[in-house]
Design a protein around this ligand. Structure first.
Ligand code: ZN
Length: 472
């Protein structure tokens, strides 16, 4: 469906700003930016980039050295394509140069207001400093994303996620198991906008407890990790709860196309996604109309690059690299997000002109070193489970596939005893079908309630020893 500046203005009008922010122009500006001409957006982008690069040239020791080494002078910073000459900034380099990435001098509005940690578990997390503008963009971009998803701000929302990602309970403690957090508004947008009620529940609660709560609260919106949504979709959700549900959002883990189809079919609502990094904030949101991700260009720039750090040709997959335009407290230029995504070209069917990229294929380290065909075989196993679970709701609660260094798979399933024999048989058949050669590594399918890394922040429904790094 084609959207226009007029449709977005109308969609914005149901979001009521708190009086303290009612004069803010940003609310309308964001919607207007979505329909600027490609030339206007390019001008806006190069202005913002030039101001950031000049700042880095003058004040940030790490970049002063980079520019000197590359013989880039201040006057070169206005040249188009200059960004592509700057080396990619990997996570380990941020850790090694954390102090040198901070400016020598900061203006009052560039002082640090908050810190976040680098995501990922390789080595020590690095502290990222954010200034007021960088942090301040978050609720505005969150609202833009929810406008694109056509959320009704007066609806109710249930958020099932790790305790550290939930708002604090009234006593200041982290939310505990089986405890329900009740809030008067939605997390993340509450500072700016009036919204309906919301609830928080931690993701380590059993699937049965999660379903019971969903059936009791009957929220309009549900947000949780993609793997959790997958498990919820295999359960028996009451008709009333399903009727009330208007959309769900999958976060944190990769949502494969078959997981998306499973959740959308079972719950009969759209699944929305965004893309963000602790290091940057919200980067992009998935367009409900076109299925690609639109970049929040007011806040950051995204490049999809190949092995030589050059722009990927449309249709190919490369590394996702982000430049934060808002954060002057610790500028990150061409930061390697350690994710793979598809490069796209041309305009999106929705009519928005913001830069975009295609499907996100998840952590580079999680996918690059797997034996060929691993994901296809895992997808076949998932499809076999979905098929059986669909006709026997609430009999399959959770599963996890594990691949060892010989390529052998173990599939652990928490399911009812009477369905296990049939489930095991259809999984074995699916695995054999997916393996075209005769040299299939062995697979075992076991019934279990024990899963690897269950208490970690993110539950992984697929773990491989070829990629031992967890992508917390
Ligand atoms: Zn679009």
């Amino acid at each position: 469906m084609l959207t226009t500046h007029a449709t977005e203005k109308k969609a914005n009008s149901i979001w009521k700003l708190h009086p303290a922010y009612s004069g803010s122009a940003l609310h309308e500006q964001l919607a207007a930016n979505e329909y600027k001409t490609v030339e206007e957006l390019a001008r806006q982008r190069s202005r913002a980039l030039r101001s950031l690069l000049e700042y880095c040239y003058d004040l940030v020791p790490y970049y002063k050295e980079v520019f000197e080494r590359l013989k880039i002078r201040r006057r070169h910073l206005r040249e188009p394509g200059i960004l592509q000459e700057i080396p990619i900034l990997e996570k380990a380099m941020v850790a090694a140069n954390a102090d040198k990435l901070r400016p020598l001098y900061t203006a009052p509005d560039q002082r640090v207001t908050k810190t976040t940690r680098t995501s990922g578990t390789t080595g020590q997390p690095t502290i990222i400093h954010h200034d007021k503008r960088s942090m301040g963009m978050f609720p505005w971009l969150k609202q833009r994303e929810l406008r694109w998803f056509r959320y009704d701000p007066m609806g109710t929302l249930l958020s099932i996620r790790p305790d550290v990602e939930q708002a604090r309970a009234p006593d200041g403690d982290l939310l505990k198991k089986r405890e329900i957090l009740k809030l008067d508004s939605w997390p993340y947008t509450a500072e700016l906008f009036q919204t309906g009620r919301s609830w928080g529940f931690i993701n380590t609660n059993t699937i049965q407890d999660q379903v019971e709560l969903l059936n009791k609260l009957k929220p309009n919106y549900l947000i949780m990790q993609s793997s959790g949504l997958e498990f919820i979709s295999l359960q028996e959700i009451s008709g009333e709860a399903k009727n009330n549900l208007r959309a769900v959002q999958g976060i944190s883990n990769t949502l494969t196309p078959n997981m998306r189809a499973q959740v959308e079919n079972a719950l009969n609502v759209p699944v929305h996604q965004d893309y963000g990094l602790n290091e940057i904030g919200l980067v992009a949101a998935r367009c409900p109309e076109g299925g690609r991700y639109h970049v929040h260009e007011e806040h950051c720039l995204v490049e999809i690059v190949d092995e030589r750090s050059l722009k990927c040709v449309p249709g190919s997959t490369g590394r996702l690299v982000v430049t934060s335009l808002s954060n002057y407290a610790m500028p990150l230029l061409r930061y390697d997000a350690d994710d793979l995504a598809e490069a796209v070209e041309g305009n999106c069917v929705c009519g928005r002109t913001l830069a975009s990229f295609g499907a996100v294929h998840g952590r580079y380290r999680r996918t690059a070193f797997l034996p060929e065909g691993t994901f296809q075989r895992w997808a076949e196993l998932q499809a076999a489970m979905y098929e059986l679970a669909k006709n026997n709701l609430a009999t399959v609660r959770k599963y996890q596939a594990y691949q060892d260094l010989t390529g052998a798979m173990e599939l652990r399933i928490d399911c009812d005893e009477d369905i296990f024999i049939a489930l095991r048989e259809s999984c074995l058949q699916a695995y054999a079908r997916a393996y075209k050669s005769n040299a299939a590594p062995p697979i075992s399918v076991v019934r279990s309630k024990q899963f690897r890394g269950e208490m970690e922040r993110k539950f992984q429904n697929f773990i491989s020893e070829f990629t031992p790094e967890s992508d917390l």
